[in-house]
Design a protein around this ligand. Structure first.
Ligand code: ADP
Ligand code: MG
Length: 252
């Protein structure tokens, strides 16, 4: 038995000959928040897609709670306690904030069967707790489709929390947010530490600073560096990778 929650060994993902993930190894301890950064195209989103079973691994192994999940379906992996929030909003726009959370909190995932029925007390309490955690109590009766962009993102994070996963994968949760919304998102994610384990992908360094969590840098489908925000900021190899990208982008 190992104490790690997630262990990824020498993972390779092959898109018809192009290795988007090319020997990635990664370990997460329970309760930690980890930031995953890297230039565009480094393989961050593909890495999360592979952990959740949406993209198949060509080789390598993914162990979650010491069990090999490398070849499991996405459905089975979600059932084991990993949940991924995508960049695109997944809220039900015609329902209220509270209703969206109530649906996410349902133990019975065939929620359409019992839509409109009273929630069991435990699930109602769970939905209420999440409403407070994402600080949307005063927006509970607002139709989700009418929320501001940031609020929608927080509701979505809330919907992920409501399913009580052990591991949350958040891919660019601050996309399209201004500084105030970004800061509040950092607070929200920090409040999850301990109870949940979280991988946050982002490239906004201000946000990464606010999270103040250990950073893993990916480049060309594998791990380049790991360390504190300060160490990563001071790292010449990391700087070169980002600089190289900037030059490339400027030339394009
Ligand atoms: P990141 O999230 O770090 O920006 P991605 O994981 O989205 O990077 O992409 C990594 C690389 O894999 C990119 O070069 C991208 O074009 C390529 N890629 C991603 N998905 C596919 C796919 N379905 N088929 C082929 N190439 C892909
Ligand atoms: Mg991406």
């Amino acid at each position: 038995m190992s104490a790690a929650l997630l262990q990824v060994h020498d993972l390779v993902v092959d898109f018809s000959g192009f290795k988007a993930i090319n020997g990635m190894s990664f370990t997460l301890q329970p309760g930690e928040i980890r930031v995953l950064i890297g230039p565009n195209g480094a393989g961050k989103s593909t890495f999360c897609d592979t952990i959740i079973g949406r993209v198949p691994a060509a080789s390598g192994r993914i162990l979650f709670k010491d069990q090999d999940i490398t070849r499991l379906s996405e459905h089975a992996i979600v059932g084991r306690g990993i949940c991924r929030k995508f960049q695109a909003p997944g809220v039900l726009p015609s329902l209220t904030v509270a209703e969206n959370l109530a649906i996410a909190a349902r133990q019975d995932r065939r929620w359409w069967r019992n839509l409109g029925r009273a929630l069991p007390a435990a699930e109602r309490a769970q939905a209420e707790a999440v409403l407070e955690q994402v600080r949307l109590v005063d927006r509970r009766d607002v139709i989700a489709g009418e929320l501001a962009h940031g609020e929608k993102q927080w509701l979505e994070i809330g919907m992920v929390i409501a399913t009580d996963p052990d591991l949350l994968l958040l891919d660019e949760p601050t996309a399209g947010m201004g500084p105030a919304e970004t800061a509040r998102t950092a607070d929200l994610i920090k409040s999850l530490a301990g109870r949940h384990t979280v991988v946050v992908i982002d490239h906004d360094m201000a946000f990464v600073e606010q999270l103040a969590a250990p950073v893993t840098v990916m480049h060309q489908g594998k791990l380049l560096k790991e360390g504190s925000v300060a160490a990563i900021r001071a790292d010449a190899e990391v700087a070169a990778v980002y600089l190289g990208r900037t030059k490339h982008d400027a030339a394009a």
